[in-house]
Ligand binder design. Structure first.
Ligand code: ADP
Ligand code: 5GP
Length: 213
């Protein structure tokens, strides 16, 4: 029935709510989902790989990408620049693959206002409580107390934009949230606008119908 059109799956949440964990699980479930590797001016954390987790660039290179219109969206978060390079997204869409974005509300809003808006699936994750959010950030063991304090502050800002997303999931039980996420993606892929081959299929049905004895 022809190739389907790729979805732009935007997953946002306050830091620590489980976005990276769920993004990983979604891609393990369907490895054809491509991850949009963002460019950032922040330094790599231990274990992070250039080109896989992020493209780590300096401010000059980042600004050049923005002026050359090579960013689908970009934002300033925690004192650093972050942006989604447009090229790989365009390629994925052309190949009929979904692209997963781990970006903040500012980026989500920019993509939702772009030419690709009709192919966006936006999902926001909420933590079950603020206490649990703090516990998860601490248990991740990646940040100093000062950074955790800043992240908690930024979490409030992020949470306040929850209602500009199409779907909102409270990530209490991880397995249950994963199942809900897969259900949403499965359903959204069936949107008529995501199936460009439908018209041809219906025409074939019509031809067959009219030929019938
Ligand atoms: P984010 O990408 O949103 O900053 P992570 O995916 O890194 O968050 O999750 C933060 C921490 O919380 C990780 O240690 C992760 O294993 C844990 N975590 C994620 N979801 C849950 C959940 N539903 N229940 C308990 N722990 C969780
Ligand atoms: P971190 O530094 O913890 O990897 O990411 C910090 C925040 O920046 C997270 O909320 C993450 O979703 C957001 N972020 C990462 N990449 C991008 C991007 O390309 N664009 C935007 N707008 N936000 C991003």
């Amino acid at each position: 029935m022809g190739q389907r059109r790729g979805l732009l799956i935007i997953l946002s949440s306050p830091s620590g709510a489980g976005k990276s964990t769920l993004a990983r699980r979604l891609r393990d479930w369907d490895p054809s989902i491509r991850f949009s590797v963002s460019a950032t001016t922040r330094a790599p954390r231990p274990g992070e790989e250039d080109g896989k987790d992020y493209h780590f660039v300096d401010e000059e290179a980042f600004r050049r990408m923005v002026t050359d219109r090579r960013m689908l969206e970009h934002a300033h978060v925690f004192g650093h620049f972050y942006g989604s390079p447009a090229g790989p997204v365009e390629e994925a869409i052309a190949d009929g693959c979904d692209v997963l974005f781990d970006i903040d509300w500012q980026g989500a809003q920019q993509i939702q206002k772009s030419d690709l808006a009709s192919h966006v699936l936006s999902i926001f994750l909420l933590p079950p409580s603020i206490g649990e959010l703090r516990r998860r950030l601490i248990s991740r063991g990646q940040d100093t107390d000062e950074t955790i304090g800043k992240r908690m502050q930024k979490s409030w800002d992020e949470i306040s934009h929850w209602d500009s997303y199409s779907y909102v999931l409270v990530n209490d039980d991880l397995d249950a949230t994963e199942e809900k996420l897969k259900t949403i993606v499965t359903a959204e892929r069936l949107r008529a606008s995501q199936q460009p081959g439908l018209l041809e299929h219906v025409r074939a049905l019509q031809a067959e119908f009219e030929e019938r004895p």
